[in-house]
Design a protein around this ligand. Structure first.
Ligand code: PMP
Length: 421
């Protein structure tokens, strides 16, 4: 089944074969792994990518949301070049980190104070540390199917990659159960950690009612409510929390916010974040060589201060909503057991007809279709996540979206016998 794919990509195949000798599975980032071997990209510009075998793609993956600005936004490139000209790694605080902190605090309703990390994973780990220090409690409640980083992954309840922290689980989008479970944990629970839309779990939005139930119950027990907006912060100037009007105690951020440079941030209520205040004795340390690296800070100031303003966020959200509507129109007209979930610029395909409100165990047939979809899109020059997610970047135009819709029409026509209701 992979013959045409493999035949068109001799250089990618060779890169994979060499890499396999020295890296298990031939890569260092599991999300980019798929069989027979992943396509290796050589170059990007705007929302276009070229692979090492010279094939061109429309990039709708947008680096899993971190590539919001595309591959060559001039203002970001200039900021990074300017930072590098002033010297690499100065081992000091700098003006830009305070500027970027002000930009973030000014936008997210829950973020009164903020600190930076290298990744979203670290941001979540540090937010949990803050919640534990603040409450004097240890346990954290997470969602079945939630994802908060390489060592905080809850697709199954137990995974040996996860950091060993005492956990409680609840089901996504079940407000009654969540309320009950949080109250049952009572004063044992330090934090509830939730994505306001499951990202890695398939772009499945939380209902406002569910988020409000988490808000009310944690307020009752004193647990710190943490929204992981590493992916969803793009959904408005103030993130998905501002769109819903449900404000957590803490928020974690990452991905696009440093213009595509490595980044994470966690912030929240002043009294919670005070656990890191070095002016006070006995506070928590939060170290990290690259926390304030000059290129992330400089690019972040431009990204958040000059480019991704409220109007840009709304326009991107509207473009994504229109795309999802059009894609679902294709599925509906064909009578296909296929739907596109998500919010705004994040859209994920699913091969079932019934409404999706939380994580589910996909059947073998669904998994097969998901694989076919990915390889059919690649053959049509459209680059998505292997799981079928698109995350639009700012350079993507309406014409690019129309091209994706046409490619999906083609897929539906070609695979009709497999897509019955
Ligand atoms: N939280 C969410 C919701 C994410 O989607 C991700 C990354 N996909 C992370 C945290 C982890 O971020 P990073 O990969 O930068 O560690």
């Amino acid at each position: 089944a992979h013959e045409a794919y493999t035949a068109a990509r001799p250089k990618s195949a060779a890169i994979h074969a060499r890499a396999r000798e020295v890296m298990p599975g031939g890569n260092t980032r599991s999300v980019l792994f798929y069989t027979p071997f992943p396509t290796a990209m050589a170059r990007g510009e705007g929302c276009r990518l070229w692979d090492v075998d010279g094939r061109e793609y429309l990039d709708l993956l947008g680096e899993y949301t971190a590539g919001l600005f595309g591959h060559s936004e001039k203002r970001i490139l200039d900021a990074v070049r300017d930072a590098l000209e002033r010297g690499i790694n100065l081992a000091s605080v700098g003006e830009k980190e305070g500027q970027l902190a002000s930009l973030i605090v000014g936008r997210f309703p829950s973020v009164e104070m903020v600190r930076f990390t290298n990744s979203g994973t670290e941001a979540n780990l540090l937010a949990l540390a803050a919640a534990r220090a603040f409450t004097g409690r240890v346990k954290t409640m997470v969602m079945r199917g939630g994802y908060h980083g390489g060592v905080l992954t809850f697709a199954t309840e137990k995974s040996p990659v996860n950091v060993p922290i005492p956990l409680a689980f609840t089901d996504y989008n079940d407000p009654e159960a969540a309320r009950r479970n949080i109250l049952a944990e009572g004063d044992q629970l330090a934090a509830v950690l939730v994505e306001p839309m499951l990202g890695s779990g398939g772009c499945i939005p939380a209902t406002r009612e569910f988020l409000q139930a988490l808000r009310d119950a944690t307020r009752q027990t004193g647990a710190v409510l943490i929204f992981d907006e590493v992916m969803t912060s793009r959904h408005s100037a103030g993130g998905l929390q501002a769109r819903h009007g449900v404000i957590p105690d803490m928020t974690t951020l990452g991905k696009y916010m440093a213009g595509g440079m490595s980044f994470g941030a966690f912030g929240g209520r002043r009294e919670v974040m005070a656990v890191f205040d070095g002016h006070k004795p006995g506070t928590l340390a939060h170290a990290g060589t690259f926390n304030n690296n000059v290129w992330s800070m400089a690019a972040g100031c431009v990204a958040m201060g000059e480019i991704f303003d409220a109007a840009a966020a709304e326009a991107l959200y509207a473009r994504g909503e229109a795309l999802r509507l059009a894609l679902n129109g294709v599925a509906r007209r064909a009578g296909a057991a296929m739907q596109f979930t998500g919010l705004g610029s994040m859209v994920n395909v699913h091969f079932r007809a019934e409404p999706i409100t939380g994580p589910y165990a996909a059947t073998e047939a669904e998994n097969k279709l998901r694989e076919l979809f990915f390889f059919d899109m690649l053959a049509q020059g459209i680059y998505l996540a292997r799981r079928g997610m698109a995350a639009l970047s700012l350079p993507v135009t309406d014409a690019d979206c129309a091209r994706y819709v046409a490619a999906v029409e083609e897929f539906v026509a070609a695979r009709k016998p497999l897509l019955g209701q």
